[in-house]
Design a protein around this ligand. Sequence first.
Ligand SMILES: [Zn+2]
Length: 82
Amino acid sequence: MMRRHSDSCMRAISRIYSYLDGEVRAVRRVRIRLHLRLCRGCERAYEFEQRLLGFVRERVRVDAPPEVLERIRRSVRERTGR
Ligand SMILES: [Zn+2]
């Protein structure tokens, strides 16, 4: 049912991180929003990352190293089955 991510999907997903960090400029934001609206897979990925970031920010006061974030991401993904 869920189609494979295309190259544009992968680009959108990789930009979601900086988008969430507020580092993406207005033009890019619009493009990402547009893609999220058109693509269910990326929309879900975005919602997932949004929840994950909220989860991490609630519990991690200091900046966690990337490998720690990756570990959390993986464990949450396993739990939610996505
Ligand atoms: Zn996509």
